[in-house]
Design a protein around this ligand. Structure first.
Ligand SMILES: Cc1cc2nc3c(=O)[nH]c(=O)nc-3n(C[C@H](O)[C@H](O)[C@H](O)COP(=O)(O)OP(=O)(O)OC[C@H]3O[C@@H](n4cnc5c(N)ncnc54)[C@H](O)[C@@H]3O)c2cc1C
Length: 474
């Protein structure tokens, strides 16, 4: 059964007799599910809001000029080009109808409705500003290629403006970088800005001294890397201090504006940090699709917007709907790539077994392979359960693991070359910052109401017949 398509809507995956599997999201969960189903006797439609698969763990390297966006965001279409049962389509899913078994997506005014026999929802999570969305204008998060390129423009641009400034207070403001959130993303970002200022840019300016840049890592919690435990968190903090990152814990951000931020310390004192560049690396909010699924199935939705799934990753009363990765909650599993990858593969196996008439597999069991975070070149922490590493050995492990998971041979080769430039030398191969990168998001907000930029990357609806500026096309 399918809802009748509205005008401007295409019915996009007519049945050819084979079961239809629709996968939402080309991130870790969606892509690994598609790969696990590549030889199954099904027709797969993989719907993605962007045309690339994004390797989020290396976004901070795009933001700080080490890697290019192409290396961490290969085209989804290219990755699955040999999967004959898979069709990749661009579109932001705006509706899932569990009763009708349809998914509706839209891109630039083109609406499509897809019917499914099995649905895998892997739409991930976006940034959360804990109810203070206005902070986003001044403190971009790091969830998409757009975010990383905007941050790159802001970081390199701050040094350029500091070179021009004559007032010392203004120079100090421009050369202060504040990263909010001392989880892995914040730690990696702060570490890389410190290396950029203290090593890469050391000799590039004449009036300012980039080595005097102030890099502040803030967190309301009293720990660095809380999920890594006291011992590794403590080591990470020491390593950050050694490379010149000021770590301020128990410090809650209460306001952010163009010139800086306001922070409330654990003792209740409120202070201000003048800073041109602020980066938000705290908090995630699951895709709004999770709430939609919760409302229709009766499954609970938690404060982070994640929908509670059954032990087999399906929704109550809907064994044909599998929810994986960052947008589901089960047994307090963390929002990490391996949970999404293993969940995607598990959902694919469930589908193959059902189609083969086999009994369902046991409940989803997450195999924790450990976690890692880099602090600077040659320095990282790695938590492999009972085994804990820090320093150079942890960094080597980080290097090998990340190279292994980067998708595509070409990307691996160029990544190694760019890492050699940055880690063996002092350089950064990707220092381009264009006006589009720095001002693009703000400029989009000035477009007419008919155009709304998606907050998590990718364009949203434009009525058919109009272009992005609101002009009627001929
Ligand atoms: C900066 C950063 C660093 C990280 N570092 C690490 C790390 O070092 N190690 C680690 O294990 N994990 C890390 N993570 C977490 C890890 O990336 C996530 O846990 C993982 O990506 C979750 O996979 P997913 O498939 O659930 O979602 P994602 O990988 O986020 O994929 C979601 C997909 O859904 C698409 N999508 C979203 N909404 C829609 C929609 N409405 N319609 C169509 N498509 C949609 C998106 O475009 C995307 O393709 C990091 C995350 C970030 C942001």
């Amino acid at each position: 059964m399918t809802t009748s398509p509205a005008p401007g809507t295409t019915r996009s995956n007519p049945s050819n007799g084979r079961p239809r599997v629709v996968i939402i999201g080309s991130g870790f969960g969606g892509l690994f599910a598609a790969q696990a189903l590549r030889r199954a006797d099904v027709d797969i439609t993989l719907i993605g809001k962007t045309s690339h698969h994004l390797f989020q763990p290396l976004l901070y390297q795009v933001a700080t000029g080490i890697l290019s966006e192409g290396e961490i965001a290969p085209s989804t279409r290219e990755i699955v080009r040999r999967h004959e049962n898979t069709r990749v389509v661009l579109g932001e899913v705006t509706d899932i109808d569990l009763a009708a078994r349809t998914v509706t997506s839209t891109v630039l005014g083109r609406v499509a409705v897809y019917e499914y026999d099995e649905l895998i929802v892997a739409a991930g999570a976006g940034q959360s500003y804990f109810g203070n969305d206005r902070f986003a204008e001044f403190a971009p998060g790091m969830k998409s290629i757009d975010d990383a390129l905007e941050l790159r423009g802001r970081i390199f641009g701050a040094f350029e403006l500091a070179e021009l400034a004559t007032d010392q207070a203004e120079i100090d403001r421009l050369m202060t970088f504040v990263v909010v959130g001392a989880g892995p993303t914040g730690v990696e970002m702060a570490g890389q800005i410190a290396e950029l200022a203290h090593r890469t840019l050391r000799r590039d300016f004449r009036r300012i001294d980039p080595t005097t840049a102030r890099i502040v890592l803030l967190d309301a919690a009293p720990y660095v890397l809380p999920s890594f435990g006291d011992k590794l968190g403590g080591r990470a903090r020491r390593q950050l201090n050694e490379i010149g990152v000021e770590v301020q814990l128990g410090a809650m951000v209460t306001d952010v504006d163009a010139d800086g931020l306001e922070v409330k310390d654990a003792d209740g004192q409120v202070r201000r940090i003048p800073a041109a560049t602020k980066i938000w690396a705290a908090g995630v909010q699951a895709s709004p699709l999770a709430r939609m699924l919760g409302e229709q199935s009766g499954a609970e939705v938690d404060r982070a917007g994640r929908v509670a799934v059954l032990p087999d990753l399906t929704l109550p009363g809907h064994p044909e709907v599998h929810v994986v990765g960052d947008m589901m909650s089960l047994d307090k599993l963390p929002g990490v790539a391996q949970v999404a990858i293993q969940g995607g593969r598990y959902a694919a196996t469930a589908i193959k077994r059902r189609l083969a008439g086999k009994a369902p597999q046991g409940p989803f069991k997450y195999f924790d392979k450990g976690s890692m975070a880099t602090i600077s070149r040659f320095s990282a922490v790695a938590d492999l359960g009972k085994l804990k590493f820090s320093g150079f050995i942890a960094w080597l492990m980080w290097l090998v693991v990340h190279l292994f998971y980067i998708v595509g041979f070409k990307s691996r080769i160029t990544t190694v070359l760019h890492w050699a430039v940055s880690f063996l030398g002092r350089g950064r191969s990707q220092r381009v910052a264009t006006q589009q990168q720095i001002f693009g998001r703000l400029a989009l907000e000035h477009l007419p109401p008919t155009f709304e930029a998606s907050k998590t990357g990718g364009p949203k609806d434009i009525p058919i017949g109009e272009d992005a500026t609101g002009r009627q096309s001929a």
